[in-house]
Design a protein around this ligand. Structure first.
Ligand code: NOJ
Length: 577
């Protein structure tokens, strides 16, 4: 596919080209792929826009909102899984990798969406969930029906249980959603059978990536989607693909929570052999022209382990979870430094991200006493100051969008939506809720359908008069947060994002690798992106003087007597002398 989109993105200036994992060339004039500094918008299709009025979003809804996304100024969309799915884990349980879930539309709708987005300069990244399938996938159903030791079972991880009657799981591995990572099967005659492994819910059996058939099938599935014009693949749960042979017990240090970022030498997470699989995927992507991108979802222990996923022949980029989960404090400086330091030698641009369909919404998290989030349940139910949280998310957005590399915005974060913490228990759908024995409410609070217009639910998410209510209830208080309401308010979070994305496109300094800290107090993050383009984040309690030689391009809140107040970010341009 010709690389002709985003015509209004300024090209890198002389000597500003970057060498990246996607570019074999180096030095001045090297090719700079689109994803090196793209702003990608995550669409969670079930909650984005419902065109047919069934209370769930669909691809016709996404198509209808392409003008909104174009006006927002994003370079690409990442669409969370759109494949047929029984929805045991919000679409991350796939029962057919070569089709679209009927609730979202058809394969033709998907190819039309990809084409229409492309016409507006918006690329499409899809979400490949390949560590596991749905238990309803024909491969798993065939495996259950086949005898032990069969090729059908060899696609998955079936093992004998421990103990004299095999009634104990094969090892002590835990699932990300709580409880053991093993479930026992029942033989056709009703007797208990082998156990199968699932890193997530029991409805999500893990594939055996040591199996050549599995590898070949996914080569073809990747080609299927590249042939349909997708520009990139998000690789779901990348560190989970390979398990240490022999399946030894894991040492969790006594903490049986799924804290992947803290694990070292874990036998079912971030095992080195995973890289062979990802390199194979890269080879498939490299069969296609047009700068296709692989972005790894890889929560691992520190930037150094993450750097391994970004070898030149592996993933192009990876989400920066350390940044996403960080507390709102001056420690952000260290995370930025670590990220840049580790990624520079591997030649991969950083990928900054603050929210997703898996995380507590920022307005809520940043308004709590504890602003970091290592585990999803951190801070659950604690008091939130939404005014402060919103102020901070505005500042965080300008920080993220000023850093070198790419950035991801989760749908609704450009509106400053808070988490919905009072969804009635009986409506919660996240498997975490059930698997944690109803102690962790899970991720539904950040997946509530987007409010587009009007002053009452469904806020334009579904068409007027739709018979079915949105699949998760929207709070009445969202009337002031709709796109329509924010469009009419020049000070809204939406307009802040629109202005930031426009300025990011217009200022060539944002499209280079240039980054240098300026002298400042430790609580102030003050850096330049090339000469004359500066970003200041004030995490101190006191106002910060910005100097007289700078014009303000944009600030997250108004300056006070020329100074930057607390919990605020400003973008500055050197005043011509
Ligand atoms: C990461 C996805 O973002 C999350 O939503 C999902 O539950 C797990 N991977 C399992 O696929």
């Amino acid at each position: 596919m010709p690389d002709s989109r985003n015509p209004d993105l300024p090209p890198p200036g002389p000597g500003q080209s970057v060498e990246t994992a996607g570019s074999a060339a180096s030095g001045a004039g090297a090719h700079r792929p689109w994803w090196a500094d793209a702003v990608v918008y995550e669409v969670y299709p079930r909650s984005f826009a419902d065109a047919d009025g069934d209370g769930e979003g669909d691809l016709a809804g996404v198509r209808a909102k392409l003008p909104y996304l174009e006006a927002l100024g994003v370079d690409a969309i990442w669409v969370a899984p759109w494949f047929p799915s029984p929805m045991a884990d919000g679409g991350y349980d796939v029962s057919d990798y070569r089709d679209i879930d009927p609730r979202y539309g058809t394969l033709e709708d998907a190819t039309t969406l990809i084409a229409e987005a492309g016409e507006r300069g918006i690329r499409t990244i899809i979400d490949m969930v390949a560590n596991h399938t749905s238990d309803q996938h024909p491969w798993f159903q065939a495996a259950l029906a086949a005898p032990e030791g069969s090729p059908e079972r060899a696609r998955y991880l079936f093992l004998e249980g421990k103990g004299p009657d095999g009634s104990e799981p094969p090892n002590n591995w835990i699932s990300a959603f709580g409880g053991p990572a093993w479930s026992r099967t029942t033989n056709p005659d009703g007797s208990p059978g082998q156990w199968y492994m699932h890193m997530f819910a029991p409805e999500q059996p893990d594939l055996n990536w040591d199996n050549e058939q599995v590898q070949q099938d996914f080569d073809d599935i990747l080609r299927f989607w590249f042939d349909r014009g997708v520009d990139g693949i998000r690789v779901d749960a990348a560190p989970a693909f390979f398990k240490t042979p022999g399946y030894p017990d894991a040492d969790y240090g006594g903490d049986l929570r799924f804290l992947a970022a803290a694990w070292v030498g874990n036998p079912h997470w971030d095992v080195d052999e995973v890289h062979g699989i990802l390199k194979r995927w890269r080879r498939v992507g490299d069969e296609y022209d047009g700068d296709r991108v692989f972005v790894a979802e890889a929560v691992v222990n520190g930037a150094e382990r993450l750097g391994l996923y970004l070898a030149r022949d592996e993933m192009h980029t990876a989400f920066n979870f350390e940044f996403l989960k960080a507390s709102w404090d001056p420690g952000l400086r260290r995370i930025i430094d670590d990220t840049l330091e580790v990624l520079a030698p591997v030649g991969s641009p950083p990928t900054w991200v603050l929210g997703s369909h898996d995380e507590t919404r920022l307005a809520t998290r940043y308004g709590r006493a504890r602003t970091g989030a290592l585990h999803l349940s951190d801070g659950q139910g604690s008091p939130t100051d939404l005014r402060l949280g919103t102020r901070r998310l505005r500042a965080a957005a300008l920080l993220m969008l000023a850093l070198p590399g790419g950035a991801y915005i989760y749908q609704g974060d450009e509106l400053g939506l808070p988490d919905v913490e009072d969804i009635p228990d009986h409506l919660l759908q996240d498997p975490m809720w059930l698997r944690s024995g109803h102690t962790i409410r899970g991720r539904d609070g950040c997946r509530v359908p987007v409010p587009w217009s009007g002053d009452a639910p469904p806020f334009g998410f579904s068409p007027d008069g739709a018979a079915t209510e949105p699949w998760l209830p929207q709070p009445a208080a969202w009337a002031g947060l709709t796109v329509e309401a924010q469009d009419a308010d020049p000070d809204s979070v939406l307009w802040l994002h629109r202005h930031a994305l426009r300025l990011r496109r217009e200022n060539a300094g944002f499209h280079t690798e240039a980054f240098s800290w300026r002298d400042s107090a430790p609580e102030v993050l003050d850096f330049e992106r090339g000469p004359g383009l500066r970003c200041v984040l004030n995490l101190s309690g006191a106002p910060v003087e910005l100097g007289t030689d700078w014009d303000v391009l944009l600030s997250s809140v108004p300056l006070e007597a020329g100074a930057l107040p607390h919990d605020a970010t400003a973008w500055l341009k050197a005043r011509p002398s």
